[in-house]
Design a protein around this ligand. Sequence first.
Ligand SMILES: CC(C)(COP(=O)(O)OP(=O)(O)OC[C@H]1O[C@@H](n2cnc3c(N)ncnc32)[C@H](O)[C@@H]1OP(=O)(O)O)[C@@H](O)C(=O)NCCC(=O)NCCS
Length: 323
Amino acid sequence: METDQRTPFVPDGFVPPAGLATAGFVLEPLGPQHNDSDYDAWTSSMEHIRATPGYPDGSWPHPMTLEQNRGDLERHQRDFEQRKGFTYTVLDPGSRSVIGCVYIYPCKRPLHDAEVLLWVRATHAQLDRELWRAVWEWLDRDWPFRSVSAPGRLEVVATTARCRLELLRRQDAEPLQRLYGDPEAMRFIGADGSVRTPEQTAAGVGRLIDHQQAHGFSLWAVADRNGGEVIGVAGLVLVELIGPDVEVVYELVRDAWGRGIATEVGRACLDVAFGPLGLGRVVALSYPENAASVRVMQKIGMRDDGEFEAYGRRMVRYVAEPG
Ligand SMILES: CC(C)(COP(=O)(O)OP(=O)(O)OC[C@H]1O[C@@H](n2cnc3c(N)ncnc32)[C@H](O)[C@@H]1OP(=O)(O)O)[C@@H](O)C(=O)NCCC(=O)NCCS
């Protein structure tokens, strides 16, 4: 991970945490004083780390000498001091030996302001889940980031009062079948408002994942912040998947309706569109009779732009621009 010189990674007044301690591990800033133990931890765990979420790209670990490792640790220590990135060693609470590492650095992709990677020693493989959960909660609670990417684990595009917008994963098709298989929810979706089979939902999720890869935005999973359950999708897609207009979309399972959630996540999508993505205009399209959807467009500050032909039918169109 590289550092970005242009914008500060964390706000000026922010004091990076000195660490984090649980019954299972202790985090403290990584430095050359950890060299022997850190080197032993990762050189004995190379296959395990290569199979850890976020690492299969193969760029690390690769063979290095103990002295080269010291150079790396000095670099991480310097980055920490200069607030360019924050690396914590993971220590066993009893022996104080190194059992893993957590890296928090700027994310190169525009949707996220931070990226977190972590690994544990092969001998402590079962600790990965506990460490990841604790680090994730810690980032949400004690750090100033708007949207954190954890490659291979969880990639959060935006956080609202009650929800997280997360990059879609193939396994999200299963909870989303509650939406796409529900005739009441589907009445005003697509060209004809028909329900989808689980296979069609899985294929649709696949197309949305491809859209994210190709364009850097797509529909995202709407996850309940308490518990993480996926309750719908919201995000930005090219109209009819070809554009050039970008459309904001929100689709929720029925038991989430009527609580202002579409308004909350719809606003967050526009913030992402006009903030990190730098789009110049976003539209919203709806069947004219979908009064709840049109009301959401109004509540998120979009303006009526008349009727428009899309998806093979007449739609009402609303539009929003930055500012
Ligand atoms: C449309 C949808 C996203 C709304 O989600 P939601 O979380 O219930 O929306 P919110 O609570 O933020 O706001 C809904 C607004 O519409 C209003 N509303 C709801 N049903 C309505 C109706 N039948 N007629 C008029 N207004 C209605 C609500 O009162 C609320 O407005 P208010 O805050 O001024 O009272 C949700 O019903 C849904 O997912 N439907 C299925 C998928 C869909 O149609 N998506 C839109 C595709 S364009």
